[in-house]
Design a protein around this ligand. Structure first.
Ligand code: B3K
Ligand code: ZN
Length: 847
């Protein structure tokens, strides 16, 4: 299929007022009766409807049955020529049949353990009925469901229900991608939320029998999200009921269907015994994210899929703000930047680099990426920083007022900021249209009381975009005196030129700069800071992000030095010692500082410096540094390990999660020198999953985990979410030479139900997350991984395509590895009948 292009956008020639859908459920032959009321917006237009994998039973216009001569039916849709249609408003009625039990791609209407469930974004509705399946066609839906399942759910408010039948009306016009239907034997964990105007909303978390007691955290997180959106954005919920359903077979995290969010059960179910602190935080964040979509995505949606980051970037930004408010901004920002660099910068540095608003695609599901989501959120954050809190709020108020009920573009979004602030954002727009991570080089000088920062920006060529123009970059800067006082408080410098200088006058002595505070722009900062300056910032910077960043830069310097065979000086170890002694610092923050950069990020840093990373050398350097740190500070670490032991009942709140994170970070270091003694003891005594899994990960790291692994499996084999962790942890953390062998053995485990996305991902991400194990020099892991992508592709192309990003870094490595990865990608690309999803990915990967 040829690529779809942004410049080819044309409005749909009909408006669609109302949609009537009647479902009669059956695993092999579900009948869908659709009544669509169209009005032409232009003369003599043909009616083009999307439709895939549908059996067309009948089609009628205003009650008159059509014959096959009246329309054209293809593999991708149904076209009714203008001459068959009345010139004015008309109703189209179709009857189609679908087979949810045979739907293994998990897109459209499918089944998961006896329960019916839908996933329509981006283009899954066309697998349910013939329809203009594009987000700018918004209509009011009236849905009936006939089926023998005890619970029958759809979008909107319930207007009638009796045994075997339910009727749902959604008063808010919506695009088809937000349609949802669920039917099954489900139990609700229920609550009530009173909105700011005093309306009562029934809230329900629906799960399979047996999971009811793991829902309360999600329900409370939902209520917190609803309140927060009222307080922070003035946004109130707009239906009488809000349903969340947990499903085991799901292609991604969750989906924001209007009034009926559907979640991967992994991101709903939580109990202290089965979920980690990180899971709790993630669940809260995803519940918030999907809920926030009600305004940013559903009430205001996207005109076309090129505009995806309009809803995703903004909604990620909102969920990041929310989590910051709930759990602390400093650590949240650090976590977000770690994931931005680990996923988005990585993507941006390889063959898959694309702009936050792409201008062409073959399969839109391949563009639900870190660039669209996380970089999209960074762009919103930059607008916030440029306009200030009040300016940002004024712009958002105008956005909701002006565009409620519409399907919008990035141009609409930026216009709102321009109109409310009076600023010109035409240069800023490049953040949306240009791919690539800018590199920001900085040099400084001091003369006669004047301090000068000289910046230079440059963005490398990316696929299809050889030339890059300078971007509008907000650079937050503060200046410190040599005793650590802030002599120039945080200020935002706005860089718009390729090269630009900023001066600060009236300084008594040369200051120490703290640049790009709070990570004010998604750029790669290059500065020749010496170790003493970094150590100074790690101790004195007021900006917690840059404090951490200084420690990070130090660690990176030391690690790269070790990879290159240099001796390690004491500065980093001394700085870590100071941090370990600093009891005033937040434990979660100290934990983040103790975590060494990942092997993948060291490989990326080397590549960015123009060097070829050697995975085995990186592994050895990182292990060596960890061991050295542990030996140098063993008394201090042992004390912290003892003092941070939690008492009292488990809570996932930062007050407990912070010390627990510190304790586990300490354990990971001590484990390198205590023969696994502490990890073994903690594994035996742990009463919550955070500690149990943390201890297990430490044991895996040494390769001495067989007994613990078997015990864990015995205990948890009946719990699918915990077993996913079991598959992942033993691969991602084991010594690299064991990784492939283990992965091969695990594919033979009867619990490796590879058609379940969570299980497939756990095993494959475990292997690819073991950097040196995945990149073993003989290429055997590449071959194994590619074999499994080929096996999954005919069953579930979306997940296969997503997992192919394990190869996105292939250009980083030496000739031998490059060749091996390239030939695996070529082997995949040559597979007859390959899905559009995976074929687009391999072609882009190959460049
Ligand atoms: N909007 C969905 C993602 C849909 C992915 C389709 N392949 C979840 C979210 O971003 O909230
Ligand atoms: Zn989203």
């Amino acid at each position: 299929a040829p690529a779809k292009r942004l410049i080819d956008y044309r409005p749909y020639p009909f408006t669609l007022e109302t949609v009537r859908l009647d479902f009669t459920l059956d695993p092999d032959a579900t009948e869908v009766r659709a009544g669509l009321s169209f009005s032409p917006r232009q003369e003599a237009a043909a009616l083009e409807l999307d439709g895939e994998d549908l059996e067309l039973v009948s089609v009628a216009v205003d009650g008159r049955a059509l014959t096959p001569d009246d329309y054209e039916l293809t593999k991708t849709g149904l076209t009714i020529p203008a001459h068959v249609l009345p010139p004015q408003a008309f109703t189209l009625e179709t009857v189609t049949r679908i087979a949810p039990s045979k739907n293994t791609a998990l897109e459209g209407l499918y089944m998961s353990k006896g329960m019916y469930c839908t996933q329509c974004e981006a283009e899954g509705f066309r697998k349910i009925t013939f329809y203009p399946d594009r987000p700018d066609v918004m209509a009011r839906f009236h849905v009936t469901i006939t089926g023998d399942q005890p619970v029958l759910l759809a979008n909107g408010d319930l207007v009638e229900s009796r045994e075997g039948y339910a009727e749902w009306v959604d008063p808010w016009p919506k695009p088809a991608y937000l349609f949802a239907l669920v039917a099954g034997d489900l139990r609700a964990h229920s609550g009530t939320f009173t909105t700011m105007s005093g309306r009562k909303v029934a809230t329900n978390i629906w799960v399979r029998p047996g999971d009811e007691d793991r829902c309360d955290f999600a329900l409370q997180a939902l209520h917190r999200s609803m309140r927060w959106d009222e307080e922070a954005y003035g946004r109130e919920y707009d239906l009488d009921i809000f349903n969340i359903v947990a499903v085991d077979d799901f292609n991604m995290g969750a989906m924001e269907n209007k009034g009926l969010n559907i979640f991967n059960s992994k991101w709903v179910l939580a109990s202290p015994e089965t979920a980690t602190d990180a899971d709790y935080e993630r669940i809260e964040g995803i519940i918030a994210h999907e809920y926030f979509h009600n305004w940013t995505g559903n009430r205001i949606t996207c005109r076309d899929w090129f505009q995806l980051c309009l809803k995703e970037g903004l909604t990620v930004y909102r969920d990041q703000q929310f989590t910051g408010d709930m759990r602390g901004h400093a650590t949240k920002r650090i976590d977000d930047v770690l994931s931005l660099r680990g996923r988005q910068f990585r993507e941006d540095r390889g063959p898959l680099s694309h702009p936050p608003r792409p201008d062409h695609y073959r399969e839109i599901n391949n563009f639900y990426t870190a660039t669209v989501y996380e970089k999209g959120a960074e762009i919103v954050g930059m607008l916030h920083r440029l306009l200030g809190a009040d300016g940002y709020r004024a712009a958002l108020d105008l956005y909701f007022e002006r565009h409620d009920g519409q399907a919008c573009t990035i141009e609409d979004w930026l216009k709102v900021f321009e109109d409310s602030s009076g600023r010109d954002l035409s240069q800023f727009k490049r953040w949306y249209t240009d791919a690539g991570t800018p590199t920001l080089r900085v040099r400084d000088s001091f003369k006669d009381g004047t301090y000068t920062l000289e910046f230079e920006q440059e963005t490398r060529p990316t696929p299809g975009q050889p030339e890059k123009l300078p971007r509008h970059i907000p650079i937050e800067v503060g200046l410190l005196s040599e005793n650590g006082d802030e002599v120039v408080p945080s200020t935002v410098l706005e860089m718009t030129e390729a090269k630009q200088s900023f001066t600060f006058d009236g300084l008594a002595t040369r200051p120490v700069p703290s640049i790009l505070r709070d990570f004010s722009a998604p750029v790669r900062l290059e500065r020749d800071a010496d170790t003493s300056e970094l150590a100074f910032l790690l101790t004195h910077d007021r900006d917690p992000f840059n404090r951490w960043e200084a420690g990070r830069a130090l660690a990176q310097k030391v690690l790269i030095g070790r990879v290159q065979g240099q001796a390690t000086d004491a500065s980093f170890s001394d700085a870590i010692g100071a941090l370990l002694r600093d009891e005033t610092a937040d434990p979660a923050f100290r934990a983040l500082c103790l975590n060494l950069p990942s092997e993948d990020s060291i490989a990326q840093a080397l590549y960015d410096q123009g060097e070829t990373p050697d995975p085995a050398a990186i592994y050895a350097a990182r292990e060596g540094l960890a061991r050295d740190l542990a030996s140098a500070h063993k008394t201090l670490l042992a004390e912290i390990f003892t003092n941070t032991e939690a008492t009292g009942p488990y809570s996932s709140d930062p007050e407990q999660a912070g010390p627990r994170a510190l304790r586990l970070a300490v354990l990971r270091l001590l484990n390198r020198i205590d023969g696994g003694a502490r990890a073994g003891a903690l594994f035996a005594s742990a009463e919550n999953m955070t500690e149990s899994l943390g201890a297990l990960a430490a044991l895996v790291q040494t390769g001495q985990d067989a007994a613990a692994m078997a015990e864990f499996r015995d205990r948890w084999q009946g719990d699918r979410l915990v077993m996913d962790k079991w598959f992942l942890v033993q691969l991602a953390n084991c010594p690299p030479e064991m990784a492939l062998e283990r992965a091969e053995a695990l594919t033979g485990d009867p619990l490796f139900t590879w058609k379940t996305p969570n299980r497939f991902r756990a095993l494959m991400a475990g292997l690819s997350g073991n950097h040196a194990g995945f990149h073993r020099a003989d290429g055997a892991s590449y071959r194994f991984y590619a074999d499994w992508l080929l096996k999954l592709d005919p069953v579930n192309p979306q997940v296969a395509a997503r997992m192919s990003t394990a190869f996105e870094t292939w250009t980083r490595y030496d000739e031998g590895r490059r060749e091996k990865m390239r030939s695996e990608l070529e082997r995949i690309a040559a597979q007859p009948g390959l899905s559009r999803d995976l074929s687009e990915m391999t072609q882009r990967l190959l460049g």
